[in-house]
Design a protein. Structure first.
Length: 223
């Protein structure tokens, strides 16, 4: 490995995409409502005009790359924090990838919490959706602990332990301070209140906790 390896922690915040079509909503309803979908599918005035905004629908759309929208990306590059946020996903992604132009000569070691299954695949898919070419390559292969440390993957023995905890729960158990009162479920509410600043603060807090978790587990899992 001849190039210098730099640590890059990444965290994203997502909401249901604000430009979903009726067809996309129909797919979401089928996935979430399942058998109940048949009971409501003909009531287009109620469900395809204003759309359902149940917690289940919001959660499903927020978590799935085909139906969500990135509203914030926070990056810690060698302890330098960068944040990209707002209502225009394309601009967020353009600014995000542009930041890495100056690091093309470096090897990137990603540090995430569930980033191999969530953050990185979503960043890549949303870039595809917005016709944006990534400026560097990110690893999100399972078992890779050289170019991507996914803390959840490590703590669950590569998901063999199905007792998944949240990042805040792991932080609490491992005595890592976290004073952020928001969580991912609050992001859509903050977005609708035009409170982008609190979304950014929440995302930065997650980045900070991710780095602290990594420093905590490193002496045990990466001797």
């Amino acid at each position: 490995m001849s190039q210098k390896l730099i640590d890059v922690a990444i965290d994203i915040e997502t909401i249901p995409n604000q430009n979903l079509t009726d067809l996309e909503y129909e797919i979401i309803y089928r996935k979430v409502l399942k058998d109940d979908y048949e009971k409501i599918k003909n009531d287009t005035s109620k469900y395809f005009g204003g759309h359902i905004e149940s917690k289940e629908i919001i959660k499903y759309a927020s978590l799935n790359q085909e139906f969500n929208q990135i509203v914030c990306i926070c990056v810690n590059i060698n302890d330098n924090i960068f944040s990209f946020s707002g209502k225009n996903e394309r601009n967020i992604l353009l600014d995000f990838w542009e930041t890495f132009n100056e690091f093309k000569s470096f090897e990137i070691k990603l540090i995430t919490f569930n980033g191999k299954r969530f953050d990185i695949p979503i960043i890549l898919f949303r870039s595809l959706k917005n016709l944006i070419q990534p400026s560097i390559k990110f690893s999100y292969k399972r078992y890779d602990t050289v170019y991507h440390i996914d803390i959840l993957e490590i703590l669950t023995n590569f998901y063999q332990n199905q007792n998944f905890l949240t990042m805040k729960e792991y932080a609490k158990i491992l005595n890592i301070e976290n004073t952020d009162n928001d969580n991912g479920c609050d992001v859509f509410k903050l977005f609708n209140s035009n409170n982008i600043k609190d979304i950014v603060n929440h995302c930065i807090s997650d980045i900070d906790t991710t780095k602290k978790l990594y420093e905590k587990i490193k002496p045990i899992y990466f001797l």
